[in-house]
Ligand binder design. Structure first.
Ligand SMILES: *Cc1c(COP(=O)(O)O)cnc(C)c1O
Length: 375
């Protein structure tokens, strides 16, 4: 591939910080962990932050900390990265999907109440592609029904809705730091909450169920090893300190795309929604309604043949056989999610993508669309 879907942006400062940890005796559970949690909580504005080894383990620990288990249901969206739903299943509970709003691509607030049953234990909204549209209404409904919110903010670091930051809507919220996210720790995640008891439970669960002050072999519950090393945390501290610069670079790339793709009726080009400050995670265009899933897949293939890496974010989660099978979901149940899924094309998008490459991607995409409509 000549033009990559995603690339990390690591500077000498990150490399120095990581080397500093390697020269120290504290590779895990050391001062960089505490510092990363402190600066992260400060940036988002929550009381507590608990760093973990991935966004997925963060979501799973939220479910456990909230007491979610077998027989319980958690409401979420079928148009997301698989971890939003599998974290619910890891806790032994059932993911109950509600369809999405066809514009924001987030869970449709108007569809949530019909999905609430006596077994519902939480709502897990996702800020898809960094977009917070509808989060306020989703939260209102959850509050009305006394349901805790697990906010999957893994794609939305730095986004805000009416000035309220992603990560502050949920009872608990989670960010992930895989290399394609706005900031990376290599692998990693963080859980945020204002409730000390939930934070303390996550601290114990990520560290083999150890009791606070109970020593290295003082285990008081079934726990996991979901610790994030100080090496990863040192990388994350520098990355987070660069978040404004990173957001600005990504915004510039998004603007180039928006200018170059404007006015092409075959495409729905993403825009910053009203009232939402979008921290750009990916640049996902959608084909117009008349395109089929097969046409989209051919277009993806043609782009790849021309050495441009593209993605199909996201296949509908409810139709993945290991989820559809056991929970009985079928094609046609969530038409807005299914329709959006069939028509997305994630274009190369990262901090260091040059304007020339954006131009090449746009020119190639238009040629591939011409060819698809002609054949
Ligand atoms: C990235 C992401 C996660 C977490 O992914 P990890 O690879 O486990 O860090 C969870 N939910 C969504 C929506 C994501 O995009």
């Amino acid at each position: 591939m000549d033009i990559h879907l995603s690339r990390p942006d690591v500077t000498e400062r990150e490399i120095e910080a990581v080397c500093g940890v390697l020269r120290s005796p504290h590779l895990s559970l050391g001062p960089k962990l505490a510092q990363f949690e402190r600066v992260f909580a400060e940036y988002i504005g929550t009381r507590r932050a608990v760093a973990v080894n991935s966004g997925t383990s963060g979501l799973f620990l939220c479910a456990l900390a909230l007491g979610i288990g077998p027989g319980d249901e958690v409401i979420t969206t079928p148009f997301t990265f698989v971890a939003s739903a599998t974290s619910i299943m890891m806790a032994g509970a059932r993911p109950v999907f509600v369809d999405i709003d066809p514009v924001s691509l987030n869970m449709d607030p108007a569809k949530i109440e019909a999905a609430i049953t006596k077994k519902t234990k939480a709502v897990l909204p996702v800020e898809i592609f960094g977009n917070l549209a509808g989060l306020d209404r989703i939260c209102e409904i959850a509050h009305k029904h006394n349901l805790p919110i697990i906010e999957d903010s893994c794609e939305a670091l730095g986004s805000a809705l009416d000035g309220k930051k992603a990560g502050t809507f949920g009872t608990m919220s989670v960010f992930g730091f895989y290399p394609n996210k706005q900031i990376t720790t290599g692998e990693g995640g963080v859980i945020l909450t204002n409730e000390d008891s939930l934070a303390e439970m996550c601290v114990s669960l990520r560290n083999q169920g150890r009791a606070k002050g109970g020593g290295w072999l003082g285990h008081e519950r079934l726990g996991y090893n979901y610790r994030l090393s100080d090496i990863n945390c040192a990388l994350g501290i520098v990355q987070l300190s660069r978040i404004d610069e990173i957001k600005a670079k990504r915004r510039q790339v998004a603007e180039w795309y928006r200018e170059m793709l404007a006015g092409d009726g075959r495409l729905i080009v993403p825009a910053e929604p009203k009232g939402c400050e979008l921290s750009w995670f990916v640049f996902v265009v959608r084909l117009a309604e008349e395109f089929t899933g097969r046409q989209r897949d051919r277009i993806l293939g043609q782009m790849r043949k021309r050495n441009i890496e593209v993605g199909n974010y996201f296949p509908p989660v409810h139709l993945m056989p290991f989820i559809a099978g056991p929970f009985g979901y079928k094609l046609g149940e969530f038409p807005a999610a299914e329709s959006a899924s069939q028509r997305t094309i994630a274009l190369p998008f990262h901090n260091r993508l040059p304007q020339d490459d954006v131009a090449t991607v746009c020119k190639t995409l238009k040629q591939v669309l011409d060819k698809e409509l002609k054949d």
